[in-house]
Design a protein around this ligand. Sequence first.
Ligand code: ATP
Length: 590
Amino acid sequence: MAKRNRFDVDESLETPFNAAHLKRALVYGKRHVKKMVIALICSIISVLSSLIYPLILQRAFDVTIPGKKYMELVGLAVIALVTILVSIVMVCIRSRLMVIVGQEIIYDIRKDLFEHLQKLPFQFYDDRPQGKILTRVIHYVNNVSDILSNGIINFFLEILNILFIGIFMFAVNVQLSLIVLAGVPIFLGIIFIIKPRQRKAWQNVSNKGANLNAYTQESIDGVKVTQLFDREERNEETYEILSKDQKKAWVGAQYVANVVWASVENITCWVLGALYLVGVLVLQPGVSFGTIVAVSNYASRFWQPLLNLSNLYNNLINSIAYLERIFELMDEPVTVDDAPDATELPPIRGRVTFDDVTFGYTPDRNILEHLSFEAKPGESIALVGPTGAGKTTVVNLISRFYNINDGKVLIDGHDIAHVTLHSLRSQMGIMLQDSFIFSGTILDNIRYAKLDATEEEVKKACRTVCADQFIEEMEQGYYTQVNERGSRLSQGQKQLIAFARTLLADPKILILDEATSSIDAKTEKLVQIAIDELLKGRTSFIIAHRLSTIKNCDKIMVISDKGILECGRHEELIEKKGAYYKLYTAQISG
Ligand SMILES: Nc1ncnc2c1ncn2[C@@H]1O[C@H](COP(=O)(O)OP(=O)(O)OP(=O)(O)O)[C@@H](O)[C@H]1O
């Protein structure tokens, strides 16, 4: 996926045919071979029974009706009815089977994709619009499922269809059948000219749809900022441009589709006209009327499978492009993963060591260089410094959300690059400024940290962080439903819930990144008492812009210029009259 792909940058779908993608995708189809074979047999029976119908017509027109054999006519009508019924029943069975297979393929691919997406590192999501990822998971997977299920069957079926129609038609009359075949070169000419355009047109529809998705997603996420800055009109303009692009692409694709359809209809008409003219004016009385009717019936069925085959080819080419994008996502390296020799991090005491650590989000810019420090078990460390200095980056590295470029991060002497992520992260509690609330009850949200926690444990955690009062005042207490992102809750309430969630996990290392910034002064005093309790026996890293909240920390580190500018207790740093002193006095006087 193109790095930092924007909502107005088209995905590249123009990829050369790559059989490897198809081969890899067929694995998903292979799991359903049994159902597909039954569906194919049903289709063949359906085709064969429908091909008997023109023969019945021929017999009726040439023999039964002129001979006034009324009983035979009734018999033919019954046979015709049976063939139609058999054909319908077989089509129904096939459709049902293929709907199931199609949905199972969609389920399998999406499951693999979703599982992989869950493992991808922060860096992956930093670089991409969510809407484009969604387009791949939803839209592209839908598209390829059809080719992997129906496509395979249809390919065999359409070839058999052409063969059967040809055999039946030639068996009825060779001369008339040759007239039908004369239309084939014209048909192929049209297909070769128009089809590549049709494929491009549909790719365009897909690209413009993905752009629109990405922008819609971004706009919904940012709707509050949009309204705050009164940007609705500008956003509507952008949306209109993207919508118009999509409309234009759709109309274009439909136009090409209509040209194909009209061309095929045209050929059918010309061929039928020629058939009747030659049949009636030249070949009769050598050729019976029933024969002309039967051949014309086969002739009008002859083009559809040809057209279907060319559509299938188009879909195949498009699907290969979609598959490439899907597999690209599936193959996206899980750069932050368990090393092959990773071991379980045993229960920790909480010593954190940064040993000459260098890190940058991009290769061209280091955020931290040669950073070394140690936090002893149970120590509280405050990280302060100017905006963008790298405070959040330091705590992100402790949880190994990113891989460092150089040096080592050690916990109790274990290099975190060589322990499993689960054993590492399950012993940490991280609370961010933007506390994410999932849809569900408040109880579920707090239990997120420890799924087997009892209700009493949840309530105890809430009492410790003073979240119990507002929760109990809600209409259904702990069972009150909240929406995704917690839109019914205040920012402070969301933080208190997140705080209880973190506490419930009972981590040895605690990270609070601007965790109390949205709590009012009165609540903060209460929470501060809880935090002091909570910090006991845990190593904690606290990032707070309000310096009054970190005065009591064991160590205060001023992060600046890619490293630690100053380090010490509050009183020591104030006495030193350096960077921390300036920050602190500026805030006090402010
Ligand atoms: N995902 C990312 N990709 C690229 N650069 C990033 C990313 N996240 C942060 N940065 C850059 O890294 C630098 C440090 O960011 P960080 O969030 O660690 O700063 P901070 O000290 O926590 O700032 P603040 O006090 O504003 O929260 C900034 O210059 C920022 O632009």
